[in-house]
Design a protein around this ligand. Structure first.
Ligand SMILES: C[S@@+](CC[C@H](N)C(=O)[O-])C[C@H]1O[C@@H](n2cnc3c(N)ncnc32)[C@H](O)[C@@H]1O
Length: 254
C-alpha cells in the first residue's frame, strides 16, 4: 500500500485544516514576548510539505527545513521554486543531526516529535540545543498529551481541494505500557477526481505527559520552560484546559 509521506499532495490536503497566517502571527507574538534574541533564521523539524515556509519567508525570515523523506523535501523544493523564494531544505534525522548554522527559532508541528524511547527524547533535545542560539525559542505543537492513548482510540475527518476528497482516520494500538509506546496508524482514503487510493502510515511513538516533560526540561542543561497553552491561543494557559486541543509548548535555549 502507498506510504503517506510519499504522497505530499494528499498529505497536504488531509492536514490542510490549519490557518497558516494566524499560526505565523503566533510565532511572531512569541518572538516579541519571549525570545532573548532577534529572530532572523528559523528551522522546522519534520518539515514535510513545509506549510509555513512561504508565509515565514514573506515576513522576512530565513527558512530552513529538515525531513527524512526525500519526496516530501522535493515537494517543498518545488513549492519554493514556484514561489520564487530561497530556502534551505535538507535530509536529516531530527533526533541526530548537525547543521553548520545557528538559528534563533526551531519549531515542530502536529505532534511530529517522532521518538520511540526516553533515550531518543534526550538525543532529540541535545541535538536541537546544538543548533539553537542562546535565548532562542523552540515551539512544539501537539507533542504532549493529557492522557494515555488507548487500544482502539480512533478519530476521523474529511477534507477536499481541487476535486480531491481525502478521508483521514487516525487510530492507535498499545505497544508497551511501561515504555509509553503506541503504534499510531493513519489511513487516507482518497478520491482523486474519481480515482480511488488508500494510503497508510504507521509510526511507533513514545507518549509524553505534562509533568514528566516539565521535569525533563527543568533538569535539562540547555532549555528552560517558558509556557504552554491550549488551542494555539496565548490567552488559554494549558493549566486551565479541560481537554487538550493542539497544545503548544514553548522552551527557551539557555
Ligand atoms: C506530520 S508530518 C508534518 C509535516 C509538516 N511539518 C506539517 O506541519 O504538516 C511529519 C513529517 O516528519 C517527517 N519525519 C518523520 N520522522 C522523522 C525523523 N526522525 N527525522 C526527520 N523527519 C521525520 C516525515 O517524513 C513527515 O514529513
Amino acid at each position: 500500500m502507498p506510504e503517506l509521506y510519499d504522497n505530499p499532495l494528499y498529505y497536504e490536503i488531509a492536514f490542510g485544516f490549519r490557518d497558516i497566517p494566524s499560526e505565523v502571527d503566533l510565532f511572531e507574538k512569541c518572538f516579541q514576548l519571549f525570545s532573548g534574541v532577534p529572530v532572523k533564521s528559523v528551522l522546522e523539524l519534520g518539515c514535510g510539505n513545509s506549510p509555513h515556509m512561504e508565509e515565514l519567508v514573506k515576513r522576512g525570515y530565513l527558512y530552513n527545513g529538515l525531513d527524512l523523506n526525500t519526496i516530501m523535501l522535493e515537494y517543498s523544493r518545488l513549492k519554493a521554486e514556484r514561489a520564487g523564494i530561497d530556502v534551505n531544505l535538507f535530509r536529516a534525522n531530527m533526533n541526530d543531526f548537525a547543521f553548520d548554522k545557528k538559528v534563533e527559532f526551531v519549531f515542530i508541528m502536529l505532534g511530529s516529535l517522532f521518538v520511540t524511547s526516553t533515550s531518543e527524547l534526550e538525543a532529540h533535545f541535545n541535538t536541537v540545543a546544538e543548533v539553537l542560539t542562546e535565548g532562542g525559542l523552540y515551539l512544539l505543537d501537539w507533542c504532549i498529551q493529557d492522557e494515555p492513548l488507548r487500544d482502539g482510540d480512533s478519530d476521523s475527518w474529511e477534507m477536499e481541494r481541487d476535486g480531491i476528497k481525502v478521508k483521514t482516520t487516525h487510530s492507535c494500538r498499545i505497544i508497551s505500557r511501561t515504555g509509553q509506546t503506541v503504534e499510531e496508524q493513519l489511513v487516507l482514503e482518497v478520491d482523486d477526481n474519481g480515482n480511488q487510493h488508500k494510503i497508510t502510515d504507521k509510526a511507533i511513538r513514545r507518549g509524553i505527559y505534562p509533568q514528566e516533560f516539565l521535569s525533563f526540561i527543568n533538569n535539562h542543561l540547555h532549555f528552560e520552560f517558558v509556557g504552554w497553552w491550549n488551542n494555539w491561543d496565548l490567552n488559554q494557559p494549558l493549566d486551565k484546559a479541560g481537554v487538550f486541543s493542539r497544545p503548544i509548548v514553548l522552551l527557551r535555549r539557555v
